[in-house]
Structure formats: structure tokens, C-alpha cells
Design a protein around this ligand. Sequence first.
Ligand SMILES: [Zn+2]
Length: 422
Amino acid sequence: MALLLKNVRYLDWYNFSIVEGHVWVEEGVKGKMQILENLPDEIAPDTEVVDLQYKWLTKSWVNGHHHIYSTLARGMPMPEKTPENFTEILQKIWWKVDKALDLKMIEASAMFAAMDAAKRGTTFIIDHHSSPNAIFDSLDTIAQAFERVGVGHLLCYEISDRDGLDKRDEGLDETRNYLKYHNALVGLHASFTVSDETLERATELAGEFDTGIHIHLAEDAADRSESIRKYGAAPLERLQKYGVLDMPKSILGHAIHLTEEEKKTIAQSKAWIVQNMESNLNNKVGVFQGDLFENKVFLGTDGMHNDMLRSAQAAYFTGLNHEEMSPVKAYARLRAAHWYLSNNHLEGDGSNNLLVLDYESPTPVHPMNFPAHFIYGMDSTHIDSVIANGRFIVRHGKAVNVDEKEVVAKAQEQALRLWAKL
Ligand SMILES: [Zn+2]
């Protein structure tokens, strides 16, 4: 199967070149894409021809750090006493939510998150999952839900010592079982809830499967102080000691409370950084500054929502007040996850992952000013259709592989079950 997209304005995601013409898209994870000046004389019978009437066509987004497990928390009743700091936010909110999750809730969360993400232009999600009382099979449950919607994935389970060694071991087992059949990462919560022994076992597992570690690093000042108090070293020093920074698939989430020296160490390492600006603002943990490791920063939503354009705009507007920032820089961060995936030969983000933008501007759009349109003009309402691995997964704003009403109804049903347990 293939698609022939007639009459498009194709915007190259990397060099901003704009071509008016037609685009041929091959199906499959290894499928290719080709820009055609003229329509071919003969079209294979298994090719679907779609006239895009000169709408914009460009590469779709990747969410570099998500927690689909928080999907059902939107609007839930809050603790009577408002958490006063980040540690209390974890203890009173997130560690209560994740402990109450079962596989049905996880499935409903993953279905909604993937569907909502797809409708907002994302075709690949890197997720960091936690459900301490439903660890077994949690990763496969998420993978199957994502695949039903048509969204690619790189998953991990958030291994931690916070609920005791049995749960820690279950997390390691779930990761190992999943890694046997899938590309995935080894997840760790954060340095301050991970002992040296756990860090050693997790990095050994990552080495065995030639993958990397996905961990929260220095999100709050408490990660640093608790890590030093409990394990005698700052978070980055511990990750360095166990080789996390030597793994090119490693992802370090947040990276806020670091010294200049530590940032330079990361810049020279093989690991990548993921920025989650709105989550940082929401948790009042501080503001990310990426100047010292610019070309290794990509963006995530950290479970807040499923909209990568919104994340990029938040990185831009907040960044303007705290670091060197420009529309081109914010755009480059949005796109850096493509380099992470392609440099590591991880499939599912090939050139046949595309989005159709129905974007009319009151001013001319050209390669030099496209980043400004992206920051000041576009939002997810402009996303008309989305193609993943050469197949439409969203057409005219509607997910095509799932029944949207059913996905929403199931999520609401499971949200009520979850809230009743809290
Ligand atoms: Zn996170």
C-alpha cells in the first residue's frame, strides 16, 4: 500500500525548504517518502490518491517524555492540604495515583493519550510508566493501545526503591520481559529513590540489551540533596559512575538543578536531555536552561497533556525570560527527538510520518519566517490529518483506527474507578 498526496506545499522539517508538488508515501516502518514535481503517468492500483489542495505537509512530532499513567488525573479531587513542595507533590498526588492503577485503567489511559496525541500531530511517544500495583504486563498493555491508534513508542517502566525491593525487582523483571521482544529503555524514577544496587542492576540490564536509561535528573533541588544524604553523591555523579552517560540511548529528564560543570559533562557525554517546561512551571521546581547542552535537548510533555506544539511554545516563551532563546531554537528542540531516534536506529519515526496543516496566514510564509509562524501562528487546531508509517491515523481531525467516543467513554469510566480508590 502507498499514498499519493496530490497538490501539497511540502515543508522540509530540517532546512525549511518549501516545495509545491506531490508526495508519494510508502507504507511500513521502513517505508519511504518521495517528493514529485509531476504526477506519475501510471498509479499502482493499491495506491490511495488524496488531493490535499495545497495544504501544508511536514514531518509529524515526537513526544520525548510522557507519563500516560497520569491521563486519568485531570481534574481529580486534590488532597485537602495543598502540597508545599515537590516531594509532597510526589507523595500526596503522583505516588497515590500510580499505586491505585490497574491494567484496565492503564489501557484506558494509553488509548486516550495516544488518540489525543495523534490528533495533535504526534506519531511517536517516549513514555516513562509507573504503576507499582500493576507492574506485570503494564508495558505490553500500553504498547498494544498505542498500536491500535497507530502511534509508535519507546517505553520503559519507572524502576524505584520507594515501594520496597519486591516492587523494585518486579520492575526489573517487567523491563527484561518487555525488552526481549521490543525496542525499549530501562526506566528509573530518579536518583533519590534509586539505591546503588538498583542503579547497578538497571545499567547492567540496559547494557545486556544494548539500550539506555530513562531517568528524571535534578528535577527539583530535593533530588540533589536527598541523593547526597542517602547515597553520598550528587545525582549526576552517580549516573556517571554506573555508565548511564556513556549510553547513546539514555534520556535525562528535566536537568534543572545542575552546576555549570555538570552541564558541560552532559554536553560531552552520549546522553540526551528532555525539557518539560509546563510541568516545571506547574511543580514550581525551577526553570530549565539549555544553553550549555543545546544540541542534545528535545521536548516532552511530562504527562501534562499531549500537545507538542504547546510544549515548544512554552519552551520558547519561558525561555525568552531565562536563557538565549529564538523561534529557531525552540523549533530545533521540538525536532531534536528525530535525531535521537534516527542516530540510535530506533524504528517508527521514518520520513513517512507526516502531518497535514490547514494553516492560512494573514502574512506570507517562506523558509526564513516559518519558525515565527510556528511560534506565533500555529496550534493543534491547524492539524488536519496525520500519517504514521505511511498510513492515515487521523483524517480531518478524527482518529481513524479507533472509535473516539468509545475511547473517551472508557477513559471516563476508568477515571471514576481511579478517583474512588484515592
Ligand atoms: Zn517525568
